[in-house]
Design a protein around this ligand. Structure first.
Ligand SMILES: NC(=O)C1=CN([C@@H]2O[C@H](COP(=O)(O)OP(=O)(O)OC[C@H]3O[C@@H](n4cnc5c(N)ncnc54)[C@H](OP(=O)(O)O)[C@@H]3O)[C@@H](O)[C@H]2O)C=CC1
Ligand SMILES: CC(=O)N[C@@H](CCC(=O)OP(=O)(O)O)C(=O)O
Length: 350
């Protein structure tokens, strides 16, 4: 079967998420990048800010012009900050474009929850209602029916893929969930801040946004939907002095005498046929480097018979499965293509 390439534009292409989209889309057989867009550097070459793209990405950056985007693209990836996407995406949707938004603006179904956690004005409800939450392995069927995807956050992706099968099966007590999350610094984007200043971050390990992180309502919303009743979690984020990678270590009390083998079987069945979730054998806990540069989410378990608790460890590359990779996986699902097209890279190791 011959597939006509679809035309893709990337807004925010000077950021880390945008550049990761470029890296994968350049090798996607069904996609042509027709426009790379910047609000601050139009006219410049992408490679001016990213010399590793010299002679690979020769296009100049376009400015934000909705009519122009609509004229030369079918789908737009918005790798823009929250608060920016909420204003930009409605214009793109009104122009008839398919949109995959990487920000947190359209993930929360409740506007008041968004305003409470993001401290920004919520998007207009008529646009919020059009969005599907694009956690590919869980909402893939809905993604296939929609043209506007709210791509999940990096921490929620690792957390939710690690918790949903156990929670849905009723094997853990939902009142006991604790999530201990660690991220590399590229999770904060390319902009500078004191948090990610080299001498503040190097040889250091710090917790941040404790009980205030904007991904808490996103995680709770999705877990509550999976269980059918309200779930609250304790979620603590930490910054690790590495560039890429997220590890979430999750703890919960088991509701029965389940073994590690039971859990492995449950998860392998749950994710059967889903190429990007890999369940480790007993005792094989995943490390961030084992998914580096790839769209995989690797999950491992340990059951403590002494305490009756399970420890679940889940790792992703924040810029791939946590952002650009999952966005492309969602494009594939939306277009009715195999979800792994253009995403089958082996992790970079060591
Ligand atoms: N980094 C990560 O691991 C993850 C990021 N995300 C989300 O993806 C989005 C992009 O993140 P990331 O690439 O890391 O961030 P960066 O800060 O690296 O890049 C964001 C880009 O947005 C563009 N931008 C800024 N202000 C505006 C504006 N007013 N109008 C249009 N464009 C603007 C900038 O490009 P220019 O000035 O050229 O327009 C900038 O390069 C964010 O919403 C982030 O939360 C989600 C999951 C993981
Ligand atoms: C290391 C680091 O700073 N990470 C960021 C993740 C940002 C992000 O992806 O946020 P949204 O997707 O919700 O916009 C943070 O903790 O806020």
């Amino acid at each position: 079967m011959t597939i006509t390439k679809i035309r893709a534009a990337i807004v925010g292409s000077t950021g880390y998420g945008g550049v990761e989209l470029i890296r994968f889309l350049l090798e996607h057989p069904n996609v042509e990048i027709t426009s790379v867009i910047s609000s601050s550097s139009s006219g410049e070459r992408v490679a001016a800010g990213y010399p590793h793209l010299n002679e690979i990405m020769t296009q100049n950056l376009d400015g934000i012009d909705i009519a122009q985007i609509a004229g030369n693209a079918d789908v737009v990836f918005t790798a823009t900050p929250s608060g920016v996407s909420s204003k930009l995406v409605p214009q793109l949707l009104d122009a008839g474009l398919k949109v995959i938004d990487l920000s947190g603006d359209f993930r929360l179904k409740s506007s008041s929850s968004y305003e409470q956690w993001y401290k920004k004005e919520a998007p207009q409800p008529e646009y919020l209602e059009q969005a599907v939450y694009g956690l590919s392995e869980i909402y893939g069927e809905e993604v296939a029916r929609k043209t506007f995807i709210a791509n999940p956050g990096c921490y929620p992706t690792a957390t939710l893929l690690g918790l949903i099968p156990l929670l849905s099966a009723g094997w853990i007590d939902h009142r006991t969930i604790i999530i201990d999350a660690k991220s590399g610094v590229s999770g904060a984007g390319r902009g500078t801040s004191l948090l990610i200043h080299y001498s503040e971050m190097n040889e250091n390990f710090k917790a941040y946004k404790v009980n205030r992180h904007q991904h808490i309502p996103e995680i709770e919303q999705t877990l509550s939907e999976a269980l059918g009743e309200d779930v609250t979690v304790t979620f603590t984020t930490h910054l690790v002095p590495m560039t890429r990678g997220i590890m979430t270590t999750m703890y919960a009390t088991l509701t029965g005498a389940y073994t590690e083998e039971d859990l492995i079987q449950l998860y392998r069945q749950y994710y059967e046929g889903r190429p990007f979730v890999r369940i480790r054998d007993a005792g094989g806990w995943p490390a961030t480097k084992e998914v580096y540069g790839s769209n995989y989410c690797d999950i491992g378990f340990a059951v403590d018979q002494r305490t009756g608790r399970v420890t679940i460890i889940s790792v992703i590359d924040n810029l791939v499965k946590g952002a650009a990779g999952q966005a492309i996986q969602n494009l594939n699902l939306m277009m009715g293509w195999d979800e792994s097209v253009g995403l089958t890279r082996t992790p970079v190791y060591p």
